[in-house]
Design a protein around this ligand. Structure first.
Ligand code: BES
Ligand code: ZN
Length: 472
């Protein structure tokens, strides 16, 4: 890993040096389209400076120092403040755009060594608020009476969640009757074929003790601790209400600013799902956005640049939708391209390609710029594709050319068969298990070159753009 990373960085510099000598004469502003050689020269302005290590440092702060960042919570705000102050340190003016979001039901569990994990919480359990409950942890297997240890009075019981609400009701009733002071239900159903995350277990009865929903990995880790001996556990849970979520937006005006200047938006979401550190989803996109913001601050472009970090994407694309909804038609028309970076650095090797995905499966100025940047860099892993599910969607729905950048393997488009990392939306979405600096560098090189290309070249009006190609 370490050797590779060094190889990559030095290789980047070597290629830069080779290209610098091989390039033809300087292009003039009148050249349109800009010759390929001139684009490569422009690419080098980005490639020579964007640094995956800096981007991964942002991922570290977000996923490790702050941890899971559910939309609207104090942890999402910590992420927002980190992003905002980083952008200010680069010289940007930063706007915090807030919007109301629904309550979050969240738990935490703490081991005697201080290790703390965020969990989901059933809406029907009791809430400790700020008065945590401590008890010895016991494993009740699948939660059937026969699997119970003899005495669970005053204990916290761990069990694999039943597969229906009725089954979970029975599990909870039994735990309370046996005197447990809290219960942990290990979720079993993950999203998109992944392991189960720390979701809220749904129950249809009220339960007198806190009921936390823990991820499959949490279950494994707790059972490992138990196998090594007894352990106490401290749990707490709380309804987080009156929540406001936030978009953080940094603006860099065009070289000679004029009203109505065209705008290029680079986006990523700053929130994660409950209990997931969200290193790849989507601290990776934030790290990429911050690193591009740093490098691009010093380059003039004829378009305005906006680096946008969306809140509450995981709660239904709420931040991006809020942003798009408050744009007047005139403001929306100014946006000529939107690049969304979401899951741009997974170390999962099964995710073989770096896709520029559009919501309607048709190529546009964003996907064209990305594929062209890949071609100039000799990288054939960059492909256009067809996918929604991220913040490019509200932009596309407003008629703005937009695409999602993501590492994935697509085996078939129709029916859609694809592969991403199995630890998507789980407590294991960490730097150690899910981030590749090499992939981050490729993402920076491709998205950076494509953004710079679009931001500095004239973009034809929508009705004069090349005929879109249907991807699949
Ligand atoms: N990064 C994911 C989207 C994604 C995952 C795209 C895997 C392609 C493959 C994103 O953060 C996400 O999970 N989105 C939600 C959107 C929903 C809440 C509208 C999703 O897809 O469940
Ligand atoms: Zn995401």
């Amino acid at each position: 890993m370490r050797t590779n990373r060094r190889w990559y960085r030095y290789a980047g510099l070597t290629i830069a040096a080779v290209l610098a000598t091989a390039l033809p004469g300087t292009a003039t502003a009148a050249d349109n389209p800009v010759p390929a050689g001139a684009s490569k020269a422009h690419d080098q302005k980005i490639l020579a400076r964007v640094d995956a290590q800096r981007a991964v440092e942002h991922v570290r702060v977000l996923s490790e120092d702050i941890g899971p960042r559910p939309g609207g919570t104090e942890w999402e705000w910590e992420g927002a403040r980190y992003i905002g102050s980083t952008l200010e340190s680069y010289g940007y003016s930063v706007e915090y755009q807030t919007f109301a979001v629904a309550n979050q039901y969240i738990g935490h569990m703490t081991l005697p060594d201080g290790t703390t994990w965020m969990t989901g919480a059933s809406t029907r359990g009791a809430f400790t608020d700020d008065a945590p409950v401590t008890g010895g942890l016991v494993d009740a297997g699948t939660g059937l009476a026969a699997e119970y240890p003899a005495d669970v009075t005053g204990k916290i019981v761990l069990m694999t969640a039943g597969s229906s609400a009725a089954a979970r009701n029975t599990q909870a009733t039994l735990a309370v009757n046996r005197g447990a002071v809290g219960m942990l239900l290990i979720n079993t159903a993950g999203a998109r074929g992944a392991k189960a995350g720390a979701n809220n277990p749904s129950l249809s009865v009220d339960v007198a003790v806190p009921v936390l929903g823990v991820g499959q990995a949490h279950g494994e880790w707790l059972r490992e601790r138990l196998a090594a001996g007894e352990t106490d556990l401290t749990i707490r849970n709380k309804v987080h209400s009156n929540l406001e979520s936030v978009n953080v937006i940094a603006t860099r005006p065009a070289q000679t600013p004029a009203p109505g200047d065209p705008v290029v938006v680079v986006g990523a979401h700053l929130d994660s799902v409950v209990g997931a550190p969200g290193a790849n989803d989507d601290a990776s996109g934030v790290g990429l956005g911050l690193e591009l913001a740093r490098v691009m601050k010093s380059y003039n472009t004829d378009k305005e640049l906006r680096f946008a970090f969306w809140g509450s994407e995981e709660r239904g694309l709420l931040g991006a939708r809020h942003y798009v909804n408050q744009l007047s038609d005139a403001e929306a028309n100014r946006i000529v391209a939107m690049f969304q970076a979401d899951m741009v650095a997974t170390s999962h090797l099964g995710a073989t390609h770096f896709y520029a995905m559009t919501n309607d499966g048709r190529t546009n100025v964003v996907t064209d710029a990305a594929v062209a940047a890949g071609a100039r860099q000799g990288d054939s892993s960059v492909l256009p594709g067809h996918f929604g599910s991220s913040d490019h969607v509200p932009f596309a729905q407003r008629g703005i050319p937009a695409a999602l950048f993501i590492w994935m393997h697509v085996a078939s488009w129709s029916p859609l068969v694809y592969e991403i990392e199995r630890i998507y939306h789980t407590p294991e979405d960490t730097i150690a298990l899910n981030i590749s600096p090499e992939r981050m560098q490729i993402a920076l090189n491709i998205v950076g070159a494509a953004v710079f290309d679009v931001a500095r070249k004239p973009v034809p009006a929508l009705d004069q753009q090349p005929e879109p190609v249907l991807v699949p």
